[in-house]
Design a protein. Structure first.
Length: 222
């Protein structure tokens, strides 16, 4: 078996470290013993963009993606959105953007050079709080889901105040989409109490639909 190689470590604002690992052509980003993402398991991250894009109602959508990761959601959105779209990607950890342009450049290709894309190095929650009816869609894949894992402050994205801020940041009829590693009945209820119309979709993590974890995506319309 090919051993894993530790390529780099990145400090997370507020505490904790991300590690970028490589084994042959496979890459992994980990927090402690938890694997956050892997280049072999990406179907649900792509589905996050696909499910939103097929529901957008405007030819010139303003889209905010929370979390760059390995770029699966971004690249899926680029492939599906038209030339008039504008995509902002908010990434809290600057090193993740550096990895995209360095060790992971073979995966990202020229996706970061797309003229429709703006990279915002900062907290997506703060960006959402500053926005008022600005976005046609907000896609959140910044943690393990509503049950935060990497940064405790991420929990504020998913509580009543955070969801209220996201709703205020969306245009009328806009979509909030949230990726999660698993179901969360209480989160579904919070979305509804905040005033969203909610759809919950289960998707596979692995391409082909055979095996792999079953992840959850919430689609909440303002």
């Amino acid at each position: 078996m090919i051993p894993w190689i530790h390529l780099d470590t990145a400090r997370i604002p507020g505490g904790g470290e991300l590690r970028l690992m490589q084994r042959g052509t496979e890459f992994s980003i980990r927090l402690g013993q938890n694997e956050l993402m892997n280049t072999r398991l990406f179907t649900s991250e792509e589905a996050l963009a696909q499910l939103v894009c097929e529901r957008l109602r405007t030819p010139r959508p303003q889209v905010l993606i929370g979390g760059l990761g390995m770029g699966f959601t971004l690249r899926a959105a680029e492939a599906l959105l038209g030339p008039e779209a504008a995509i902002t990607v908010a990434e809290l950890v600057p090193a993740v953007v550096e990895w995209a342009r360095g060790p992971l450049s073979g995966i990202f290709g020229d996706s970061l050079e797309d003229p429709r894309v703006t990279i915002h190095e900062g907290d997506v929650a703060a960006l959402i709080r500053r926005s008022r009816q600005q976005w046609d869609a907000i896609l959140l894949d910044v943690d393990n889901g509503p049950d935060g894992l990497t940064v405790e402050a991420n929990d504020a994205l998913y509580d009543h105040a955070g969801l209220g801020a996201a709703r205020a940041a969306l245009k009328s009829g806009g979509l909030l989409a949230v990726w999660s590693s698993g179901p969360d009945r209480h989160f579904t209820e919070r979305l509804r109490r905040t005033g969203f119309a909610v759809e919950e979709v289960k998707v596979r993590a692995r391409a082909g639909g055979g095996g792999g974890s079953r992840h959850v995506i919430w689609l909440a319309r303002r």
